[in-house]
Design a protein around this ligand. Structure first.
Ligand code: F6P
Length: 419
């Protein structure tokens, strides 16, 4: 039988960016080329851009080995990202017809989407539509999120690098807090991303070692936040030490399910997936500490820095992101659809992991939380089990390519400006 000629691939990035997401993009590109695909298109701003027929030919951007190395070291979504929720198929078939018409015009065989749980909703819907309406295009998800909250994968690319940045930066904040003497002591509250899952905030415990005690308290969204207990514990800590460093997740919630940031009553922006924009938790807690305890406070929000710090990534993370991109492309090439590439850990020490694919229907829109027994009884720190899970994921470094003392990123004149 005559083998069918391979046609084209399209790849998109979606959701919050990470320092490793472009390494996955490079992995998809390299594997598509090695497996004999003709063109690799990149959607500009994910499906949202695709619906406006905005895409690029990636081979014009990745022309040399150096370009590929630069791409792996470039933070944020190179192609641009989106938080776009596709309608349900029965609600708006026209949107799906449009997407499939665009994909058919581009002669696409494989569609790879690099994203988190919301982005896997896109793969789920597109692969379902293809199945029902007889399209041969294969749809595969490639995991990505600093939040590490995707089901069925040991961890997600992007998490290890953000965890390394957080562990290190918290350690530096603790050192800094030792420097100056303050009359009534001081409380520093560090706010860390992660919406409903505390994986990132828990990574602040990585700062603990022979030369550092780590944060004095860590509050994750998995345990209801009690303001009175928080203030009492902070007061107790201040009696023992002059400087107290507390790490909190942006998404800590009170027992009634309300985010602590909402306590102030100011309007909160909500995206297409119904996620509230969370910020200001540290500032709010500092205000409460200063009112109730009357000491110096400082609120630190790592904000975008924790997901954009490509100068300080984990080598394991960048390598795995690349491999997982390759595994997603390989799965699509081998005929799978409606699946996501996952990382399976086979050993902690020495750390060993491989890739597989899993049904995206069991992953989309779900959130994997930190197990309760990885958090201490009081709900104000993580256990050693948590630390031994994350420690292997932050190992090794990738040196930035420095130009004039500053890391160089992949840049194609005119491209970023048109986004
Ligand atoms: O989804 C990843 C994430 O980084 C979350 O941790 C965070 O809550 C959110 O994105 C922030 O999104 P934005 O940059 O759109 O405010």
């Amino acid at each position: 039988m005559k083998k069918q000629k391979k046609r084209n691939v399209i790849v998109g990035q979606s959701g919050g960016p990470t320092a490793a997401i472009n390494s996955s993009l490079a992995g998809v590109y390299r594997t598509a080329k090695e497996r004999g695909y003709n063109k690799v298109y990149g959607m500009i701003h994910g499906v949202q851009g695709l619906l406006q027929e905005r895409y690029i030919d990636l081979s014009k951007h990745i022309q040399t080995g150096l370009d590929e190395e630069l791409l792996k070291r470039t933070p944020a979504a190179y192609l641009g990202s989106c938080r776009y929720k596709l309608p349900e198929i029965h609600e708006d078939q026209k949107t799906f017809e449009k997407i499939f018409r665009i994909l058919d015009d581009l002669e696409i065989d494989c569609f790879i989407y690099i994203g988190g749980n919301d982005s896997m909703d896109t793969i789920k819907k597109l692969s379902d539509y293809a199945l029902v309406f007889g399209s041969k295009i294969r749809f595969i998800g490639c995991p990505k999120t600093i939040d590490n909250d995707l089901a069925l994968t040991d961890h997600t690319p992007g998490y290890g690098s953000a965890a390394k940045y957080i562990g290190t930066s918290v350690k530096e904040v603790i050192r800094d807090s030792w420097s100056l003497e303050t009359e009534h002591g001081q409380v520093i509250v560090v706010e860390i991303m992660g919406r409903n899952a505390g994986w990132l905030t828990g990574a602040s415990a990585l700062s603990k070692g022979e030369d550092c005690d780590g944060p004095d308290a860590i509050y994750l969204p998995e345990v209801p936040f009690d303001m009175k207990k928080f203030l009492d514990h902070t007061r107790e800590l201040l009696q023992k030490k002059a400087s107290v460093v507390i790490c909190v997740s942006e998404g800590i919630k009170t027992a009634d399910g309300k985010y602590v940031t909402e306590e102030e009553g100011s309007p909160v922006y909500t995206d297409a997936f119904g996620h509230k924009q969370l910020a200001g938790t540290a500032a709010y807690l500092c205000r409460r500490v200063s009112e109730e305890i009357g000491c110096k406070t400082r609120a630190i929000e790592f904000s975008s820095l924790q997901r954009a710090a490509s100068h300080f990534v984990s080598r394991i993370d960048i390598l795995e992101a690349y491999e997982v991109g390759g595994a997603a492309m390989k799965a699509a090439d081998e005929g799978y659809s409606g699946q996501m590439a996952v990382i399976i850990r086979t050993s902690d020490d020495p750390y060993q992991a491989g890739t597989e694919v899993k049904d995206v229907h069991k992953i989309a829109n779900d959130e994997k939380l930190v197990p309760r027994d990885w958090i201490n009884k009081e709900g104000n720190n993580v256990t050693d089990r948590f630390v031994s899970y994350v420690r292997p994921l932050i190992q090794g470094d990738v040196q930035p390519i420095m130009v004039d003392g500053i890391p160089r990123h992949l840049y194609v004149p005119g491209f970023q400006e048109m986004m």
